[in-house]
Each structure stands twice: as structure tokens, then as C-alpha cells.
Design a protein around this ligand. Sequence first.
Ligand code: SAM
Length: 286
Amino acid sequence: MAGMLYLVPTPIGNLGDISKRARETLESADFIAAEDTRVTLKLLNHLELKKPLVSYYEHNKSFKGEKILDRILAGETCALVSDAGSPAISDPGEDLVKQCAAAGIPVCAIPGPCAAITALSISAQSTGRFCFEGFLSTAKKSRREHLDSLKKEQRTMIFYEAPHKLLNTLQDMAEVFGADRPISLCRELTKLHEEIWKTTLGEAVEHYRANDPRGEYVLVMAGAPAGEDADAGLTLEQAAHRALELTGQGFGPTAAAKAAAQGTPYSKSEVYKQLLVLQQGQQAGE
Ligand code: SAM
């Protein structure tokens, strides 16, 4: 008879967040499949547990997945863990769960730490309806396509981001969603230097242009206001004023005009031309 796959969430910073059931599951499993066995070994040492470990990560998952499946089909129980948080959520494991489902192997998910949900709950953004967008691509074109597809999204959006990519991502977000869009940057959750900064995309861009981001981040961004179509009723002058504000926040005129033209009936070049008129007016001291 087939064994079982357990999905075991592990702490995202505070080791005290391992649950009793997660611990018991690790203890009773025949073996543990871990994203990085060195990281999991530290957790096992902390829990004073000894267990056979096999590695299961992004680049060996198709080959290792088969082997894990064979062992479960032979009757063993496997506990799957990632480096931190819930396995299968922007982590290896999604494929293994699908393979188990296809092979009729029972899967049991133990509830526990997840950076996305921890961030959402503390973000002070609306939590009634939300969508999880995971990591954006490192390639500029696909990152922009992903963000463009969310222009009209009214639900709260959750993103994972690495610190070295944060500024580029925030800049792209500000161009797509506008500098005024509220965002909560949730940093180092459950750790000593946990910080929740509730701000706007424009202010976040300005801040991280001057300060290097450190630590792990979840970005929780407000959805588009329900009456966003109000943008369609803006005058060209109002759209250009919006672009002018963006240039004041450090955006180049082309990017500002493009962002300000979104949702309005005007092209970016129309807004750009009007922006130049406003800038000339400013220089002339109007
Ligand atoms: N499966 C994990 C989960 O459910 O929490 C997420 C794994 S994903 C590979 C790692 C990303 O989660 C990080 O880049 C960061 O965006 C986020 N993250 C993990 N731990 C975090 C923490 N303590 N504070 C803020 N973000 C965190």
C-alpha cells in the first residue's frame, strides 16, 4: 500500500514558529525531502531530531521526484520541507504534489508559516479579496508584461521579491500603477528587525534610490480603486499634472508621461508634449 506525502511548513525566521504537529510529522516520517539539506539539518538539530534527508530542489526535481514517488509507492512516508515557509508556494513541491495526485498518492498539508499570508495579515491593506503573484521575472520585458496584466486588478496583490531586484520592481510598478498607489513593504517578517512600511510606490522608489534594501521582502500592494475608470474622464492638463508630479519623484519625463497616460484617452506623446509645456511654464516662473 502507498505511503503518504506530508507538506511540512517551517519557520520563516522565528524558530519558535514550528508547530507541534509539524515537529511530530518530521519525527514520524520515514525520510525528509528538503530544498537545501544543510538548511534543514540546522532545523533538525534545533529540534533534536535525526532523519534521513534527500535533496529536492528546482534543478533536480524531475529526476528526484520520480525517486521520491517510488519510495512513497513502496509504502514510505515522506515529509517535504523547503528552506522556509510553506512548501509548494513559490518553492519546489508544486510538481511533487501534482505527481502524487496523478499517481493516487495521498498528500497531507500541515498548516503553518507562509510569508505571503503573514505579510498580508499585517499589511493594513484590504484582505477580503487578494491574489498572490509570487516572484516577478528578472527579465524586464516579462516583468512588465506581468505587471501590465494586473493594471485593472482590484484585489490586493502580494509579491515576493529579492532585495537586489527590489528597486527595479518598484520602479516598474510605479510606472504601471502610478506613484500614488499604496503599498506595504513587509521586511524580515518574524525576525528581530521585522519592519512593515506602509507607503506609496513613489515614496518607496525614492527611498530605495538612496538606501540599499536589506533582508527579505513581501510586497503587498493595494488593488486599483473601484472607480479607476475615472481616469478616462481626466483632461489632458490633469494627466500632464500627474506626469509632472512623477518627475518630481524622480521619474524621467518619458516614463512619467507613459505612466500618467495610462487609463486616460491620451497617448503618452500627447501627455509628454503637455508635460513639456508645464515644465516650461514652471521654468518661466508661472
Ligand atoms: N514558500 C515560502 C513561504 O510560503 O513563505 C516562500 C519561499 S520563496 C522561495 C522566498 C521568498 O519569500 C523571499 O524572497 C521573500 O519574498 C519571502 N520571504 C520569506 N521569508 C520572509 C521573511 N521572513 N520576511 C519577508 N519575506 C520573506
